[in-house]
Structure formats: C-alpha cells, structure tokens
Ligand binder design. Structure first.
Ligand SMILES: O=P(O)(O)O[C@@H]1C[C@H](O)[C@@H](CO)O1
Length: 301
C-alpha cells in the first residue's frame, strides 16, 4: 500500500489525540520526526516486544530511545515487564522501530483503536513488516514452559464480540472498511522462521493463538472451550495489532513465548500468576530474542 501522506504539523506533547482520526496520526508522526529527526524515524521493520522479547529492544544498534511519555497520544504502560519506549536503530542490517511495551485493551477500557495507535504510527514511519510477540499459556499438550510458538492463525475473541479496532467510521486512508485476515500471519515469513529455526536448532511449534480480553486468567472451563475450538496457546494481546497491520498492508510474523501451561482441571490446584509469566519470560526471552534477530538478518525487505 502506498504511504505518501505527508504530515503537515506536529502534535504538541500534551495535545489530545483521537486514534481514529487519520490527521491526528499524521500529527503524532510529525512530532516523532521532529524529536528524533526524519532520517532516524524512518523504518522498514516494526517490532512489538511482548513480555519476554524485551531483550530485542536492548539489542538495537545505534539506538535512539523515545519514551512513550514524549509521544502525543501514547498512554502510559502499566504492565510490569513493558518498559514504554519506542526505539529507533538497526537490527540485522535493517532499519527498525521497536516498541518495548504494548497497550493491552484491559488497561484502556477495551479502547482497541487507542491500543493500536502505535501500529498506525509505525505504518506512517514506513514499516512494511511487523514482528509481534507475546507471552502465552500453552493449551496444546506438546507445548512446554519456555517454548516458542510461531503463530499461524488467531482467534480474536474480543472482536467476535464487537471489540475490534476497526469498529466505528473508517477513513479510507487507513485501508479497507472490510479487511480479510485469511493470511494474517504471512506464509513466506513463517517459512523463513522455520528454516532459520532448523539451522539454529530452535524447536519451533506452529499453532493458533487465542486472545481473550483479560486481565483475569482463564478458568479451566474456558481453557477447555478454547482447546475445543482449535487454539494452541492463549493470551491477552496481539490480535488487535495484527488486524490493524493487515488493514494497512503490513506483513506480520508473530510468536508466542509459552510462559505457563493453561490448566484444564478445576480440581487441580494450579495457579498462574504474572510473576510466573515474567519469570519464565526472562529465562527464555534471551534465547528467543537471539532467534528473532537471526530471522531479521535473513529478511528481504
Ligand atoms: O503483552 P503480552 O501479551 O506478552 O502480556 C501477557 C498477557 C498479559 O498482559 C500478561 C499476563 O501475565 O502477560
């Protein structure tokens, strides 16, 4: 999709931004360019680090860091493990913009347009490919703590109940009103990830990610429901970002880092906690981040 919308004015730091307003997005982009410089701000690859892939942000070379607090319209991130920085620089020879921290719908009253503002901003910064990651509970019994699952498709549960970032009037400059997500997770990018995984002895599962609204973890009966409908791992993010990326033509590669095993038995005393999620994410995140960096080196953008 062509991206030739030249921003006219920069938003003021505390200006109110409407994430559904295309001109407001351009004003946010102009503010970012004003702060870090036009050349630095332009990127070909966007990365959203979920819990676990934060080390990727730390590996960015020639990094320029812009805290979310300085970006008009960006709310604060409240979830531990999400630093709240937009990082510009180079990774694997590519110009990247990396989001160390995401906006979860449960933090922002299910305002999915607000939570996907960074994706629309990254699109205007020029990205063609987006890599997304999340921490997730494993449903498929082959999955173990610390495993990496390549996302091949998703079940965007909130959207099925009307909570989609695309709800509301649509400015055609964002993309089509009706968006096809049959190929949300790009097949060629998935094949590349599998090849790189083979070369680096990284066990990589391919599966379906289901997003629930959160922030409560799922009951055993809910896990059982998700298993029945074909989900392999479950979490509380990602699908809204991927949906908006597809609307504006960005190709997506997605990973779930399995931080816990979702419990199907209400008589078993298995308690999941965000501390456990962060603990496993920290243990496995470094290796997962190195693997994703290896994929980036091989990307043809
Ligand atoms: O941003 P992600 O999806 O990695 O964060 C996961 C989902 C919840 O926000 C939280 C639960 O522990 O971690």
């Amino acid at each position: 999709m062509e991206n030739n919308n030249a921003p006219t004015h920069a938003a003021e730091p505390h200006q109110k931004i409407d994430p559904r307003n295309f001109d407001d997005i351009l004003a946010v982009v102009a503010s970012i360019k004003e702060q870090v410089g036009e050349e630095t701000a332009c990127a070909e690859l966007g990365i959203i680090c979920g819990s676990g892939l934060g080390p990727i942000g730390d590996a960015v070379e020639e990094a320029t860091i812009l805290p979310y607090g300085k970006i008009p319209g960006f709310p604060a991130t409240h979830v531990v493990g999400h630093k709240g920085n937009m990082i510009f620089g180079k990774l694997g020879g590519k110009k990247v913009v990396c989001l160390q921290g995401r906006f979860h719908p449960y933090e922002h009253n299910m305002d999915l347009a607000l939570c996907t503002l960074p994706v629309r901003v990254m699109h205007q910064l020029g990205i063609k490919i987006m890599i997304v990651s999340n921490a997730a509970g494993g449903i498929n019994t082959v999955l173990r703590h610390g495993d990496l699952m390549l996302i091949k498709d998703h079940i965007f549960l909130p959207a099925l109940a009307g909570f989609s970032p695309l709800v509301g009037c649509n400015d055609p400059r964002f993309g089509a009103r009706f968006v096809s997500v049959h190929d949300a997770y790009d097949k060629q990018l998935r094949q590349l990830a599998i090849e790189v995984g083979r070369k680096s002895n990284m066990t990589l599962y391919e599966g379906v990610y289901v997003m629930s609204g959160g922030p409560q973890y799922e009951s055993p009966a809910e896990v059982s429901l998700f298993k029945t409908v074909g989900a392999d791992a479950l979490g509380m993010s990602t699908c809204h970002e991927v949906t908006v990326a597809r609307q504006c033509g960005i190709k997506v590669l997605g990973f779930s880092l399995i931080t816990n095993i979702a419990n199907l038995d209400c008589d078993a005393s298995v308690e999941v906690s965000h501390e456990e999620v962060l603990d496993i994410a920290e243990q496995a995140g470094q290796r997962a981040s190195l693997f994703v960096s290896d994929i980036i080196k091989e990307l043809n953008i």
